[in-house]
Design a protein around this ligand. Structure first.
Ligand SMILES: Cc1cc2nc3c(=O)[nH]c(=O)nc-3n(C[C@H](O)[C@H](O)[C@H](O)COP(=O)(O)OP(=O)(O)OC[C@H]3O[C@@H](n4cnc5c(N)ncnc54)[C@H](O)[C@@H]3O)c2cc1C
Length: 463
């Protein structure tokens, strides 16, 4: 697992490599490098998941999405963008099975508990919040979520997917099951355990906890240079996909501001990043990098400290497993998830937050960060868990700072700023960019313009 990036000791803000440890043997690895590409996925498990207790660990986005993709660059002062833009998924309840595939392939539809089409009911209400965005086709996903959440709060739940009609066709029934057996086998198991056959029972839907990632329909991630041929001059700083740290590149979930990459877009972006990184080296931009032995031996001590915390602290335990001196990674994770859930717009508050809650969340996150100096790891697996937790915590701080900065509700259904409940194009039709000072750990925020490469108003006229 990579835990830290190395920096050039000679030239400020230039990359020098990365360090990490082997999760099976515990060996320490030092990679001195002329360029680094971060492609470590998104961030799940930063908000408290719906699946707790016996379902713990079940999430919609990948469980290895541990926030490293964001924490690694944030820690060395790289700029991030749109980190407030988390996603909430409408999914089959308890198994997180995909509903989009059902809409597309089976032409199924949703209804409230009384069999009514509830989305129409919330049209005027939503228009009042977001204006003409509600008239876009297809309806933006967050706005469909918004109708779902409002309907449940108004007492119309549970919301169901109408499968009983489509599943009478044997071909569609097979497709319906294969959708899960190929992608989310757990959903089929949940249905079996709850005696649900979608041919005879319309299954229940729910909205998930929020996720942060740069490839799957949200814009959160690193602020990178655009490509030479398309970018406005100030958004191109020499090498496509290079972050604001020289020689540091990103791809996939790591990179913000380019929301619809998914799998093929992510690996294509990886190729673009690799080509640009090679050009950076060919252009002799990576000459004379120095990484001192002190830099990586100091980091070695930091990385293995959780093992030391455990080895020393466990001697104070007189009964049970709770130590007066260290917290375990799972305790820290659950504390993080509650902070994010209750203050930053998770399921506990129906995705609602405001400036006061965000300030309190930031305060609690700071204390958590301090306490994570005392996280204890009993083996290398737990050491990985400790570092995942630290990475998720830095990511969460950035998400919270961004959510506080954007004083509007641009994505109702993903989260709500109760103190700024409407979409505000006049002030916030922009990208948000943050930077955390590596020394002081303080964030600074700025707005940067959105450039419409394709003028959608002209396009509409033409069509
Ligand atoms: C349920 C679900 C369904 C999806 N369906 C589709 C679909 O139908 N079509 C589609 O195109 N896309 C789909 N996607 C999206 C697609 O999976 C992602 O967009 C894509 O995987 C992102 O690629 P990535 O390389 O950025 O991250 P990932 O594929 O997540 O790869 C990140 C890698 O980094 C590793 N890593 C993390 N931290 C560290 C660290 N500190 N050190 C070392 N390694 C680390 C992880 O273990 C992982 O292997 C789906 C995603 C989900 C969750």
């Amino acid at each position: 697992m990579v835990t830290h990036l190395l920096m050039d000791d000679e030239k400020e803000n230039r990359i020098g490599g990365a360090v990490g440890f082997n999760m099976r043997t515990g060996d320490y690895h030092v990679f001195k490098a002329k360029t680094v590409i971060v492609a470590a996925g998104g961030a799940s498990h930063i908000f408290k998941p719906r699946a707790v207790g016996e379902g713990m660990g079940r999430t919609w986005y990948a469980p290895w999405s541990n926030g490293s993709a964001y924490a690694l660059p944030i820690a060395v002062g790289a700029k991030m963008t749109q980190m407030e833009n988390r996603i909430v998924l409408c999914r089959f309840k308890d198994g997180y099975g995909p509903v989009g595939a059902y809409f597309l392939h089976l032409k199924t539809y949703t209804q409230n508990a009384n069999g009514e089409n509830y989305e129409k009911k919330w049209y005027d209400h939503t228009k009042n919040l977001v204006g003409e965005y509600i008239d876009h086709h297809p309806t933006p996903t967050c706005l469909r979520n918004h109708a779902f959440i409002q309907e449940v709060m108004a007492g119309g739940g549970p919301i169901q997917m109408v499968t009983k009609e489509a599943f009478q066709d044997p071909h569609l029934e097979t497709v319906g099951w294969e959708n899960f057996l190929g992608m989310t086998v757990g959903q089929a198991v949940v249905w079996a355990s709850q005696n649900i056959d979608p041919k005879y029972t319309n299954p229940e839907l729910t909205t998930s906890e929020p996720y942060v990632m740069g490839s799957h329909a949200t814009c959160s991630g690193a602020w990178v240079s655009g490509p030479e041929d398309l970018s406005p001059p100030e958004y191109f700083w020499g090498y496509n996909r290079m972050l604001t740290v020289e020689g540091l590149f990103g791809a996939g979930d790591t990179v913000g501001g380019s929301a619809h990459k998914f799998s093929s877009g992510s690996f294509t972006e990886g190729r673009l990043a690799a080509k640009a990184a090679c050009k950076y080296i060919e252009d002799k931009k990576a000459e004379g990098i120095k990484v001192s032995e002190k830099q990586y031996t100091d980091l070695k001590e930091v990385i293995y400290k959780p093992l030391e915390n455990y080895t020393v602290g466990r001697n104070e335990i007189t009964g049970g497993t709770v130590s007066p001196s260290y917290i375990s990674p799972i305790q820290g994770l659950q504390r993080l998830q509650r902070i994010m859930d209750e203050y930053v717009g998770g399921i506990a508050t129906n995705y609602m937050t405001n400036e006061n809650m965000l300030n309190r969340g930031l305060e609690l996150l700071k204390w958590l960060e301090e306490d994570l100096e005392n996280v204890g790891a009993e083996d290398y697996h737990q050491l990985m868990r400790a570092w995942e937790l630290k990475h998720r915590t830095i990511t969460s701080q950035c998400v919270t700072e961004h959510t506080k900065f954007r004083e509007e509700t641009r994505w109702p259904g993903y989260y709500y700023r109760g103190d700024h409940l409407k979409l505000d194009d006049e002030n916030w039709h922009c990208l948000t960019v943050s930077r955390r000072d590596p020394k002081t750990k303080e964030f600074t925020m700025e707005k940067v313009p959105v450039y419409h490469i394709v003028d959608d108003k002209k396009e509409k006229k033409a069509s």
